[in-house]
Design a protein around this ligand. Structure first.
Ligand code: IMP
Length: 235
């Protein structure tokens, strides 16, 4: 794969050696290269949320597709985990950069977990959020059990081949009808547990406090802080 460095044993030993034998933090090295991380998504709604959720991470320059274009990755996995990893690996292979990618979706109990990994294309191609929501409401017409959850799996793949995975969930129920203009995807039909409004009716900052994405990224940011200190994201 173009631009990808092989995951040699020397690469793998780098960060560990850095910490254990030098006993210094990377800031002792004035020529340390920039920690750059490419956000591996073309979804503008996700990008807006990623940027907000990653604001507290220091010492890492986050790049998007605007700065470093990459090709579409076909999501052929059967699970959120497989898809998150295959996206991050493919984009890392293409760009040679550390990549953070996510696969997320809606899991509806009465539909046996659907739309699940098919969330984006539930009602077919091209992706159409309004049509997806209409189909979901149609499938649940007259169904009493409206329990659902959003799931997000975040994968970080380093040019060395090392990878890290976190996940998060947001439980709630499917509304009787769509409401609200905010967010994206299934937000207009999803009411979080303990709330009366849909995710599309509340401010983005409020969604970001409770979302599946927030929970998954919060776990990832702890990891990112450590990797940043080790210089493992350098490119
Ligand atoms: P992905 O880009 O393959 O992860 O597709 C995820 C799909 O799941 C999106 O197209 C949305 O339909 C849905 N989805 C994921 N996260 C959210 C969210 O936070 N709100 C609403 N819909 C979401």
């Amino acid at each position: 794969m173009r631009g990808r460095r092989p995951a040699s044993s020397r690469d793998r030993a780098g960060p560990r050696c850095f910490l254990s034998t030098c006993g210094k933090t990377p800031s002792h090295f004035p020529l340390r290269m920039t920690n750059r991380l490419l956000l591996g998504t073309k979804n503008q709604g996700k990008l807006v949320e990623f940027r907000e959720l990653l604001r507290g991470v220091r010492g890492v320059e986050f790049l998007t597709i605007a700065e470093r274009p990459f090709a579409d990755v076909e999501e052929t996995g059967e699970t959120f985990l497989e898809n998150a990893l295959l996206k991050a690996r493919a984009i890392c292979g293409e760009t040679g950069l550390a990549v953070l990618a996510e696969d997320a979706g809606l899991d509806v109990a009465a539909l046996g977990g659907a739309p699940g990994v098919r969330s984006a294309r539930f009602s077919g191609e091209p992706v159409d959020y309004a049509r997806n929501n209409a189909l979901l409401l149609e499938r649940l017409r007259g169904v009493a059990d409206r329990q659902a959850r959003f799931v997000a799996v975040t994968a970080l793949v380093l040019p060395s081949g090392d990878f890290f995975v976190t996940s998060g969930a947001l439980h709630g129920r499917i509304a009787q009808k769509a409401a609200g203009q905010g967010g994206f995807g299934y937000d207009p039909v999803f009411i979080p547990e303990g709330m009366v409004r849909t995710l599309a009716e509340i401010p983005l900052a409020e969604k970001n406090e409770i979302s599946h994405r927030r929970r998954s990224i919060a776990r990832m940011t702890t990891l990112l802080a450590t990797l940043e200190r080790e210089g493992a994201l350098s490119s």
